[in-house]
Design a protein around this ligand. Structure first.
Ligand code: ATP
Ligand code: MN
Length: 477
């Protein structure tokens, strides 16, 4: 095993020690300069070849994409830009790379082209940076909750409860899909199925997390989530990762405070841990903006946006306040919204959320106390009987990044909500039990990891922040 990485060597500085490094060639210039990357950081290390004393057969095999092992001395760099470089003693070709057919040429590729080559795109600077940011964010999330005394719990991926998200779920079955699997009423005979009942992939671990919070106090899940929503947007995936904290004894106010503190913590941590990747992505966005018309360019750079979230208090407003602002807004009056804001009770669309965040308040916004009609059955009913203690956090460029609520802990109120919505009460027997045996006020929220990464990287399509995206009509790799 090699303990040297490009990152460690660049950090170490020139000291004439003997080192060896394994990686992929980014570029090879003048039969002399290999720029080598091993994924440890966005930078590559320059390796200078003594071409007169190197086998020409080996030299001819070095090109973009070739994997090599390089042994040599870590010396002061003669060129600009880097402190140190490797004076190459020996090169071993590990894997050749056919330059003519290799999709990742040393030039700019479109994001769409790279999506079609998702198995190779992590070798580009952009995608390796995104994946390092993703890894750091995930780690910071665990770190935050550990520091705050939360327990990490795993809720089932195959779920037997379909109370939430009916219609949006992927079925899990071992039945053959043919006429034989139908019963006399021409319905699928789930008694015959693996679990003896209908099962689905989870759309959220919340209900089960609530059960765990009722004994552990503060818990969080961090796992894959599946939604068969046929919305081909740049913010929705069919498979995404969600972080769902659930806290006993927290009310909505506590919930909002935690969510804001949590987001600020992980962004701060990212800025400390991933400086170079963020600087690279920042520049990428500036370059991309240059090719756009002025009115479509970002007002703030990526680094400024991250800073902006840390420094500003999120604006908290009720749904009713947000409704009034939107109703009286210019785009609404001028009929610029695709979905006009007419009557109290409508659900806000991404265009409305972005208007509030980007144009009106110019800071992250938390909307709370939503109409009960547009929210889930488990959210705590307010005194007015019309609104529930829900909260959504809205971010610039993205819209909703967090959705959460204080949960209904009163058995009778919860039961009547379940009846109103025609949900099968017996499916939720265990969930109702939590309200029967030592019920307490509690709250939680869900943060979509990929939405957070979109924000943190400045990317605009959610397909570009997960290694292998699953979307309608697309499950390659
Ligand atoms: P939206 O209105 O954007 O579809 P939602 O109301 O369905 O979101 P929730 O059910 O509250 O979202 O889920 C919690 C969080 O999970 C969201 O705030 C978002 O960050 C993320 N999320 C939801 N659906 C998706 C998806 N299809 N792909 C990626 N992330 C998602
Ligand atoms: Mn949704």
């Amino acid at each position: 095993m090699n303990n040297f990485t490009v990152k460690s060597l660049l950090k170490e500085g020139p000291n004439s020690q003997k080192v060896f490094i394994e990686g992929w060639v980014k570029t090879f210039r003048a039969n002399r300069f290999i720029s080598l990357n091993d994924g440890s950081c966005s930078e590559s290390i320059q390796c200078v070849v003594d071409f007169q004393n190197t086998n020409s057969k080996i030299l001819s095999k070095i090109n973009t994409g070739t994997s090599v092992k390089i042994e040599g001395l870590l010396v002061e760099s003669q060129g600009k830009g880097q402190k140190s470089e490797i004076k190459v003693g020996k090169i071993t070709i590990l894997g050749e790379c056919d330059m003519d057919s290799y999709p990742i040429q040393p030039k700019k590729h479109s994001l769409q082209f790279l999506r079609e080559n998702a198995h190779l795109r992590v070798r580009t600077n952009t995608f390796s940076s995104i994946m390092r940011v993703r890894s750091n964010l995930s780690f910071a999330i665990h770190k935050y909750f550990k520091e705050k005394g939360f327990f990490y719990v795993n809720t089932p991926i195959i779920t037997g409860s379909d109370a939430e998200g009916a219609g949006e779920m992927f079925k899990v079955t071992t039945l053959e899909i043919n006429k034989d699997s139908l019963n006399q009423k021409n319905e699928v005979n789930y008694d015959e199925d693996f679990f003896g009942k209908e099962t689905n992939l989870t759309v959220s671990g919340q209900l089960e997390a609530e059960s765990l919070a009722m004994g552990l106090g503060k818990v969080y899940t961090f796992g894959p989530t599946f939604r068969a929503e046929n919305s081909n947007t740049s913010r929705h995936l069919a498979e995404f990762w969600m972080i769902e904290p659930e806290m006993a004894f927290y009310d909505l106010e506590d919930n909002m405070e935690l969510a804001e503190d949590f987001i600020k913590y992980i962004i701060k941590d990212l800025i400390n841990e991933c400086k170079e990747d963020l600087e690279f992505l920042n520049q990428r966005l500036i370059d991309e903006d240059k090719s756009k018309p002025i009115n479509e360019r970002n007002e703030l750079s990526l680094l400024d946006r991250l800073d902006f979230v840390i420094k500003n208090n999120f604006k908290r407003i009720t749904y009713s306040e947000a409704f009034e602002i939107l109703k009286n807004s210019k785009p609404n009056k001028k009929k610029k919204f695709k979905f006009p804001i007419l009557e109290w009770g409508v659900d806000f669309q991404s265009e409305h959320e972005r208007y509030l965040v980007e144009k009106h308040f110019k800071k992250p916004v938390i909307i709370y106390n939503y109409p009960a009609k547009i929210k889930a059955f488990y959210m705590r009913l307010n005194e007015d009987k019309k609104t529930v203690k829900a909260m959504d956090i809205l971010f610039p460029g993205i819209g909703e990044i967090v959705g959460g609520s204080q949960r209904e802990e009163r058995l009778d109120v919860l039961k009547s909500r379940i009846q109103e919505l025609n949900i099968e009460e017996k499916e939720l027997w265990w969930y109702l039990d939590l309200r029967k045996y030592g019920t307490v006020k509690h709250s939680g929220f869900g943060l979509g990891l990929e939405r957070l990464i979109l924000f943190a990287t400045g990317m605009s399509n959610i397909r570009d922040v997960i290694p292998f995206p699953r979307t309608p009509k697309s499950a390659e790799f």
